[in-house]
Design a protein around this ligand. Sequence first.
Ligand code: M6R
Length: 607
Amino acid sequence: MCGIVGYVGGKTALPILVEGLKRLEYRGYDSAGVAFVDPGGIRVTKSKGRISVLEHQINCSEGATTGIAHTRWATHGAPNDVNAHPHVDAAGRFALVHNGIIENYAALRTYLSNQGVTFATETDTEVLVQLIAHIYDGDIERTVKRALREVRGTYGIAVIAADEPDTVVAARNGSPLLVGIGDGEYIIASDASAILSHTTHVIYLGDNEVVRVSPDSIRTTTLDDIPVTKDIEEIEWSLDQIELGGHEHFMMKEIFEQPDALRDCMRGRIVPEEGSVHLGGITDVARELTRAKRIIMTACGTAWHAALVGEYLFEDLARIPTEVEYASEFRYRNPIIEDGTVVLAISQSGETADTLAALNEAKERGALALGAVNVVGSSIARSTDAGVFLHVGPEIGVASTKAFSGQVAVLAMLACYVGRRRHMSQGGASEFLTALSRIPEQITTILEQDGACKAVAAANISRENWLYLGRGYQYPVALEGALKLKEISYIHAEGLPAAEMKHGPIALITDQMPVVFLATRGTQYDKIISNIEEVRTRGGRVIAIATEGDQQIERLAEWVINVPDTIESLQPLLTVIPLQLIAYHAALLRGCNVDKPRNLAKSVTVE
Ligand code: M6R
């Protein structure tokens, strides 16, 4: 999704802006641009395509010390040079970058056109910068506020003005923005990764807040000009966590980070021998959560798949009726929230627009609003009543891998936490947590089979359609495996509960169809074996993810990837790993850009 960087301070702005843009590349974009103040006015360079293209068009040694920059992911208007940000007013005195959507831009545009303003683009963003230019009263902060009071929609913006060359004004409503605080400098960004090489001290802007930064001052106020005292917070992530560290792709790095990521996620939170779970973020709501009559988990994409695993976990361990809702559906339904309903939003980025809106809808209706989020300081994390951070470190690859594992691990801890307070015995909890604590080392042994996963991908690389089938806890993993394959390799793949195959999809099975079975030992093992037989009978090519030592599967499947044994409820944490690796290798073998799949953004901050 779109990204913003802004700089004001004593250094040359352009290299800092360009570096910031590169750090935001992972979020997905189709064009980029920079604007800075020089004695002649505002200078802008923007171009369609990669930041490297933009970099060739600018002279990074230009001396300007104030500037703004943007990566655009087109929503309104084609991805081209003209529609790229920053946008400027007709006289070139102001430049603005914008994430979000100005919903009433058509009315504002008509108003300004009637006043004689001419427009260069069709974008909603240009309307805002033209409005600012039209009503400018000599103070850019005051003018931006006046302009924003006329705006309906969502925005994170940064603005510079030729007449106030040492100032950047930024504002937020529904689209994340933070200010990195350096020594005599400030860096505005939509994502912490853009500032990490300069500072770890930040303030997070809230909705309807405006910040004005100059080299020696920072001031935050509301849109109505009421001063706001902001806490300076520390970003926990380090620079090497957002760099490749010798790996070819972030996705591979993050797949291989999973053992350590899960150790970090569980550190200090579980005591297996006591059967106890400690989750500081929910202590204040523990009583309400324990007494919940119903839990609704809401999320999108991979996080929604993790939520499905969570549904099984919560019903098994905590015995609380649990439903999983696509956030995009939940927010527009008329959901029933009664006393005792807890809504849990699950999100890696904490910025997914639908998940945030669903959470807010639930809050409005009186639900206890919880979050399981990775990014500290993100919008969802800040909107919840309480929650549990994933602590799996930054996830840069667009295809979510370690965040899925972190989400499932957090849901497992949470379900055990609640279960233990309701009816789970200490022995039961202890057994569960012991198995959970062994997962990281078990993942390491699966990662050693990377070569076998690559061989599966290579043998089936020319197939255009794949099926993923699982039952019970493995059904969400089937969905996740199919999503991983399609989003990065562009091979069509479908995940299904294995029993559903007979109700239609079995018609697709031929010797051209690879079928991935999640066939680990568990309560539904025999039924999965029957499903494998059904596929074999029709010539389908069976790939099985099975429990180590299972000789029956060896006889039935063309390819077998083994995972270590664990309790059924935790198997998703193991079986998902080979599916991530198969998808990764399939994408590479097809020549796809693994970390930046076409049309996709890392965090979907618009509807
Ligand atoms: O940041 P979130 O977890 O809220 O993101 C939700 C989905 O957009 C995300 O999981 C998406 O499906 C991934 N690209 C899948 O790999």
